[in-house]
Design a protein around this ligand. Structure first.
Ligand code: X8Z
Ligand code: ZN
Length: 649
């Protein structure tokens, strides 16, 4: 009996030690696998930076000079790199990275597991590239004729169309330019756009997403990202409605009730911008206190002989004052800061470029000396600052914490630069303007830029989510676009529209396949960043009503610079709440910053709209942009119900 028990115990012991040995073996194997994963990541990093560098060069060469040869080189390079990436991807996927202990390594593998458009079979990828190139080309080369001289037909979006909208207040001229631009830049791209949607959705599926909408949303690393966007809008909407009502009132007084109805949406051609995305140019005749000093700095910049170069140097100086990095010499050598005067076609829309070699960073911008470019210059330099700060990270992390972060950096700087105290120091704003009325003027000008932009940015991607998800089909492209613009922005087209038109593509980012929710997020979080940096700099104390957040300037604050730098250095190596925490101590995006900033303006607008009795909100447009069949279909298909979710209405 005793012997039997001893025998059984021995057997149990043997089995147990077999397990222990097996477990140890397995653990060793896993450790070895993980170590080889580490090693592999280093190789892949090296290869990826070389591939990305090559692709960026081909890309830059094309957009800076739209020739057929440059287009061919770009297409070929993209296809070749796609094949290479596919091969590496297969190897990457042989690693059991889900089991890795090291979270950082896991994060890198996870990022590499999304192959993007390179996942497409070559023929489909080629169709995608072709469709996007066609749209880019159409947009960049679109020209319209002069209103007063119809034989002069070389007007481009930058600077000509932009200038017409900035300076003209002839509603007929504006209507003409609006219609012509949409005819030239939008309508021809309809077919290419639907081809692009099919190919892009196909790529999304190959990457494991239901549609390209889920792919884009995945960049925000939250399962409820879309709900977060919706919630943010519900907080901002009351402020937007006040500014909308105020501007409509002024425009009705200016143009008459025939042109601007009392309770309708605002006609989109009267807002000082071809896309009605920012309304800063209507400030000159809608300023709350017209007798107070000028707040638009265009005239001051011109009077002081600012050049494109001087604008960039000014922005560079601000970053340096925070203890952040100045741009390297190569930047000044390689950037294009003005439209070259050699007759070439190029994509003028401003952009900042990382060439992924740690040395080459460039901006391409067709600068003119205006208030708007003063801001855009800081915006673009913010992208460069991010590139510089994270240049030593593995290449897979050289991106914003989320796409909105990248867009917010330069704008945060511009918030300080545009504060009345800073403008005064720069000599761009008259002295002796530090009173309540001047500050309301200044805040109003900012509101026309920042608040007004939010519904535009938000709807541009709700529009594309609907298309990617099949909620909007090609025969409804234009009708649904205007349905969203009316519901969210409260604007309407100046003339009737049909499906012959494709107005969305008259906006650069639609034709160039650039996700746009990034700007919506940026315009919200930049105020969270501004508030925190202002507190760190000591130039703002929350709750102290003697100093407005809009009067804070962080110039020279190395404490603020250090916090900003810390966040920028993280790139996308950590989920964005970690990056946000590095500056704000908060782990979520919220509208409290922007609402705090604009609180005095909100109070002023509310009182003013009550005084004039202006209706707040808007009733349905009387302009025809959907056919009766389309209208019926919107009711029965549930489209109306679906968009209600986004409008908080
Ligand atoms: O496209 C841009 C930048 C380049 S990232 C000039 N922006 C958006 C636009 O122009 O529509 C900046 C603000 C919004
Ligand atoms: Zn940008």
């Amino acid at each position: 009996m005793i012997l039997k028990i001893a025998g059984e115990l021995a057997l149990v012991g043997v089995i147990a030690s077999v397990f222990v040995v097996a477990a140890q073996g397995w653990a060793q194997e896993r450790a070895a696998e993980e170590a080889s994963g580490q090693e592999y990541m280093r190789t892949l990093d090296d290869l990826t930076s070389k591939m990305k560098n090559r692709l960026q060069i081909a890309n830059w060469n094309y957009v800076a000079n739209l020739t057929t040869v440059n287009e061919e080189v770009l297409t070929q390079t993209t296809l070749e790199i796609a094949e290479e990436e596919k091969e590496y991807w297969k190897e990457t996927m042989t690693y059991l990275w889900h089991e890795f202990e090291n979270d950082d390594l896991k994060r890198m593998f996870h990022k590499y597991s999304i192959l993007g458009t390179s996942a497409l079979p070559e023929d489909l990828n080629q169709r995608l590239i072709q469709a996007v190139n066609n749209m880019q080309n159409t947009y960049a080369k679109a020209k319209i004729c002069d209103y007063n001289n119809r034989t002069k037909c070389d007007l481009l979006v930058e600077p000509d169309v932009t200038n017409i909208f900035a300076n003209s207040d002839d509603p007929e001229e504006l209507k003409y330019a609006w219609v012509e631009w949409h005819k030239a830049a939008g309508a021809p791209s309809k077919h290419d756009f639907s081809e692009y949607v099919q190919m892009y959705n196909e790529a999304a599926k190959l990457n494991g997403f239901d549609t390209a909408a889920e792919w884009w949303l995945s960049e925000y690393e939250a399962s409820d990202a879309e709900d977060q966007f919706v919630a943010l809008w519900s907080h901002i909407k009351p402020l937007y409605e006040q500014i909308h009502a105020y501007v409509r009132h002024v425009l009705r007084m200016k143009y008459g009730e025939e042109v601007v109805s009392a309770r309708g949406p605002i006609p989109a051609h009267l807002l000082g911008n071809i896309w009605a995305q920012t309304w800063g140019n209507v400030e000159k005749y809608s300023r709350p206190y017209p007798d107070k000093a000028e707040v638009d700095v265009t005239a001051a910049l011109v009077a002081q002989n600012y050049t494109a170069l001087k604008l960039f140097e000014t922005a560079n100086d601000f970053f340096k004052s925070l203890g952040l990095m100045g741009v390297p010499d190569l930047f000044w050598e390689k950037s294009i800061l003005e439209r070259p005067n050699d007759g070439r076609d190029m994509v003028c829309h401003a952009s900042a470029w990382d060439f992924f070699d740690g040395e080459d960073f460039r901006i391409k911008q067709c600068t003119t000396i205006t208030n708007a470019f003063f801001k855009t210059t800081h915006h673009e330099m913010g992208h460069i600052q991010y590139y510089l700060q994270y240049k030593d990270l593995p290449v897979i992390y050289r991106e914003g914490a989320n796409p909105g972060f990248h867009e917010a950096v330069g704008d945060v700087i511009a918030l300080s630069v545009s504060s009345p105290p800073h403008l005064r120091v720069m000599g761009l704003l008259e002295d002796g303007t530090d009173d309540q009325e001047s500050n309301i003027n200044q805040l109003y000008k900012m509101g026309l830029d920042k608040i007004v932009f939010l519904p535009f940015a938000y709807l541009l991607d709700i529009y594309r989510y609907n298309i990617f998800r099949g909620t909007t089909t090609p025969d409804e492209y234009n009708c649904h676009f205007w349905q969203l613009r009316e519901s969210l922005q409260g604007v309407e087209p100046p003339v009737a529209r049909t499906e012959e038109d494709f107005d969305a593509a008259a906006k650069y980012h639609i034709s160039a396949n650039v996700e746009y929710m990034r700007y919506y997020i940026s315009y919200i979080i930049q105020f969270q960043f501004h508030r925190s940096l202002c507190q760190l700099s000591g130039d703002y104390i929350p709750g102290d009503s003697s100093k407005w957040l809009s009067n804070c300037d962080i110039y020279n604050s190395t404490t603020a610079g250090e916090a900003l730098g810390k966040m920028l250095k993280m790139g996308s190596s950590k989920p964005w709440p970690d990056a946000m925490e590095a500056i704000t101590g908060q782990r979520y995006m919220d509208a409290s910053g922007i609402l705090e900033y604009f609180q005095p303006l909100y109070d002023w607008l509310k009182t003013e709209n009550e005084r004039t009795g202006e209706y707040v909100g808007w009733e349905p447009s009387k302009v025809d942009y959907c056919s009766s069949a389309q209208k019926m279909n919107m009711e029965t298909s549930g489209f109306k119900r679906k968009i209600n979710k986004y409008t908080s209405g």
